[in-house]
Design a protein around this ligand. Structure first.
Ligand code: SAH
Length: 209
């Protein structure tokens, strides 16, 4: 599969029908997801690996990983509506049910299994303060390596946070995305949001390479 055919496949997936503002739901645009997935695939972090998609929503990141040959993807989200759409998306790509696991749980309350890599677009922490950091903490309990999408306005803070946690910043990819007015409070046609995907790795893992 090429990068562009991956982007096309991801653009066919279902996204949130009525995104919840409280849960900060917005689907990662397929182009953004394809860029992140391709970066990790080319670094050898996807093929035959176990991947965790935390706050998976309708599953674009984890599904992309399955399309790129992940051994197994664990999808985690607390919203049953999102999980229903995720299941339909998995059916659409004809995913073999041995290659995925779905956990309908609250990331704040649940122990999360170990994985080779975490790919996530967690809530930004605009509604619930610091939930972005909580997702990062949880991801780091599960894996030494992660890609995580955040609002670019938090970049300085996150850079410090990663350094404090002794993480190596492997890559930082910036995107400008146009958010459609899917949420009723958005009156404008669409608005541009700057987001950043951080690829970080624990220093311990770095030494092993
Ligand atoms: N990762 C998806 C969705 C991003 S939106 C994508 O890239 O398209 C953030 C997701 O986090 C939503 O699906 C929301 O339901 C989920 N979420 C928010 N708080 C959560 C929590 N405490 N536990 C589990 N999932 C949560």
């Amino acid at each position: 599969m090429s990068r562009s055919s991956l982007a096309i496949e991801l653009s066919k997936l279902r996204v949130f029908k009525n995104p919840s503002t409280k849960l900060e739901q917005y689907a990662t645009p397929s182009e953004v997801a394809a860029t992140i997935l391709w970066d990790s695939f080319m670094k050898g972090l996807i093929k035959d690996k176990t991947i965790l998609d935390l706050g998976c929503g309708t599953g674009v990141l984890g599904i992309g990983a399955l399309l790129l040959g992940a051994r197994k993807v664990v999808f985690v989200d607390k919203d049953p509506e999102a999980i229903k759409l995720l299941r339909k998306n998995l059916e659409m790509i004809e995913a073999d049910n041995k290659t995925f696991e779905i956990m309908l749980v609250d990331v704040e309350k649940q122990r999360i299994p170990k994985a080779d890599l975490v790919l996530m677009n967690p809530p930004f922490g605009t509604k619930k303060k610091h939930i972005d950091l909580l997702f990062l903490e949880k991801a780091l309990e599960s894996s030494n390596e992660l890609y995580s999408i955040h609002k670019s306005s938090t970049n300085d803070y996150l850079r410090e946070w990663f350094l404090r946690k002794k993480l190596v910043i492997v890559e930082k990819i910036d995107f400008n995305i146009a958010l459609k007015p899917t949420m009723s409070r958005h009156k404008k046609k669409s608005h541009v949001v700057n987001i950043t995907c951080w690829h970080v790795r624990s220093a311990k893992n770095q030494k092993d390479l």
